[in-house]
Design a protein around this ligand. Sequence first.
Ligand SMILES: C[S@@+](CC[C@H](N)C(=O)[O-])C[C@H]1O[C@@H](n2cnc3c(N)ncnc32)[C@H](O)[C@@H]1O
Length: 244
Amino acid sequence: MSAIYEDPGVLAEYLLFHYGTAEEILPRDIAWPQGMFQALDFAVRTTLHFSDQTAGRGLDLGCAVGRSTYEMSRSCSHVTGIDFSHAFIDTANQLREGKIVDYTRRDEGHIVTELTAKLPLGFELSKVDFLQGDAMDLPSDIGGFDRVHAANLICRLTDPVLLLNRFPNLVNAGGELVLATPCTWLEGFTAPENWPPGDTLAWLQGHLGGAFELVKRSDEPFLIRETARKFQWTRSMLTVWRRR
Ligand SMILES: C[S@@+](CC[C@H](N)C(=O)[O-])C[C@H]1O[C@@H](n2cnc3c(N)ncnc32)[C@H](O)[C@@H]1O
């Protein structure tokens, strides 16, 4: 599995992505295209695709530094965030302990800006926990969940079908699964023989369609700032599934 998500520079990019303010990501003195503002707050927006009601247990797979896990806890009785990266999970736990996490935003070459990440107010911390683990090999006794969220995870897995095959046992009857994927299949993460043979949505339907009803399909853009002048602007395909 790729070690990229243990890298301190990538950790800093994700702290900015999940917890940075609009001003820290897109400073006001530049006339950024409007679409860049629309791509902010991805880790919040994906969780808004669950239905309006309150729910029981939630699971956030590939949670990174945890923002979407916290957001799910607004309407779930408890949410577990799982990520393979020790660095990401350690940082999500520090934020849970109320710590202010210092990180460095790279602007250009040796020019950097020191920033801090902290949890927004209003979360009940006892409703959230984090585990380092492998989404393709979840503990057999993890139980069932009413909501499962996996954003930008499946095309980072070495064998995504292992997770797709696990979803029917992971999501309780009537429960919801929110999957987002930019469909950026790359050999560095997934061997080509494990990529969808064609269209990613058709492949998802083929694997999930028996146990789940596809409720909704939409696109969510996201923006990851690498430097003051270089950003990843990407459109993630978001699907919502209901367990039959
Ligand atoms: C592209 S990032 C997306 C992170 C987050 N969901 C978001 O949307 O900002 C992919 C995440 O999946 C995690 N990941 C990769 N392989 C994993 C695995 N086998 N099990 C759990 N997490 C994994 C990475 O550590 C990283 O945090």
